[in-house]
Design a protein around this ligand. Structure first.
Ligand SMILES: C[S@@+](CC[C@H](N)C(=O)[O-])C[C@H]1O[C@@H](n2cnc3c(N)ncnc32)[C@H](O)[C@@H]1O
Length: 168
């Protein structure tokens, strides 16, 4: 696939990311803590999702949401997973939106990835030896408490630092 420039996102492109399929890549340096996308969501009520949606391609793209499962329209559905994400996201339930922001400075040509949480339903190509790399697990999308915000990301990093200090 040839990289596709987006009309509404002049600094991002969708491109082939090998075994992960399509992904989002930046064509400029993006500073840390920059909101890079706000995706409106399409809500599938719980009953409709459990009867139909979960048996379709939608199941690879939806986020857990209050009252059902949500499809992020636009760029939000194109972010691949990384266990060391460079993008965090925050659900805005009241407004039916997901906000995506960078967790660190991102360089030209880097892929933008979010964390899907601990229960992956595919083998993780970014982390083949990873402990969450259970490929084929039942999909269990992250819930609200697991949203990777800039704040939660940095507090998690802080915890890891503490852990490694204590084991030294
Ligand atoms: C929300 S979609 C992301 C966009 C998708 N790559 C596409 O081309 O439409 C999620 C799917 O992307 C693939 N994917 C995402 N992150 C991956 C990773 N780290 N390793 C392997 N596959 C990944 C998996 O097939 C997953 O079901």
């Amino acid at each position: 696939m040839e990289p596709v420039r987006l009309f509404n996102q002049t600094t991002m492109q969708i491109q082939d990311c090998g075994a992960k399929g399509r992904g989002v890549v930046t064509t400029v340096v993006v500073p840390a803590h920059t909101v890079i996308d706000i995706s409106p969501i399409l809500l599938f009520p719980s009953e409709e999702y459990s009867t139909h949606g979960q048996y379709t391609q939608l199941d690879h793209y939806t986020y857990r949401w209050k009252g059902g499962m949500a499809l992020a329209l636009g760029l939000g559905s194109m972010f691949n997973h990384s266990s060391t994400p460079n993008v965090g996201f925050q659900r805005d339930i009241d407004n039916g939106l997901i906000r995506y922001s960078t967790l660190r400075e991102i360089q030209v040509g880097e892929e933008l990835c979010i964390s899907y949480g601990p229960n992956l339903w595919f083998p993780d190509m970014e982390d083949p030896q990873g402990q969450n790399n259970s490929g084929g697990a039942t999909k269990e999308p992250v819930d609200d408490s697991e949203d990777e915000t800039v704040e939660s990301f940095f507090s998690r990093i802080q915890l890891s630092d503490d852990d490694s200090n204590s084991s030294n």
